[in-house]
Design a protein around this ligand. Structure first.
Ligand code: PNS
Length: 164
């Protein structure tokens, strides 16, 4: 048997955090004692929200919930995971479309540090069709995103797109 990993880093761009992300963190707490939601400065995506805004939205969604910590990070994910003394990276997988991207990242991270494991949870069916990107698209055009993102994220999105 391997060692008991208590803490996992859940990294992402979180531009913005969705209810799919929230659900994954809460399910992650069934496995790990602590989940560190790590908001990336360096992401291949071109974020709509600043790093500060993304961290603020994620922090207010979890509102000091025990076992959940929200932090920004910059540089390589594996370096950040080491500084946090976490043993695992937690990621959600929605469908076949996610697989290739996730597989590539997991293998690269494993090459960079063989002591850090990537753990995948299948996204709950309720959130299978949502992504930060599709939610931004709908919000931009004034569509209804209620129930898909935390209330403070909904407000921020409509503000950003001038609908509030
Ligand atoms: O959920 P996302 O937005 O696709 O997350 C991508 C993220 C932030 C996890 C990835 O881009 C990342 O780890 N960025 C930090 C820099 C890094 O380590 N890149 C190499 C990863 S293989």
């Amino acid at each position: 048997m391997g060692k008991n990993i208590k803490s996992a880093v859940y990294p992402g761009t979180f531009d913005p955090l969705t209810n799919g992300h929230v659900s994954l963190v809460l399910r992650g707490l069934d496995i790990f004692d602590e989940i560190i939601v790590a908001v990336a400065l360096h992401s291949p995506k071109n974020p709509l929200f600043s790093l500060e805004e993304r961290v603020e939205m994620a922090s207010s969604a979890f509102n000091g919930r025990p076992g959940v910590k929200v932090e920004p990070f910059e540089g390589l994910l594996v370096d950040y995971v080491r500084t946090q003394r976490a043993g695992a990276i937690l990621r959600g997988m929605r469908a076949v479309a996610d697989f290739e991207y996730e597989f590539q990242m997991a293998l690269m991270n494993r090459r960079l540090d063989r002591n850090i494991q990537t753990v995948f949870l299948m996204t709950d069916y309720k959130w299978l069709y949502i992504s930060s990107t599709i939610i931004k698209d709908v919000a931009k055009l004034g569509g209804d995103i209620k129930g898909l993102v935390p209330p403070e994220v909904e407000k921020k999105l409509y503000q950003k797109y001038g609908h509030l």
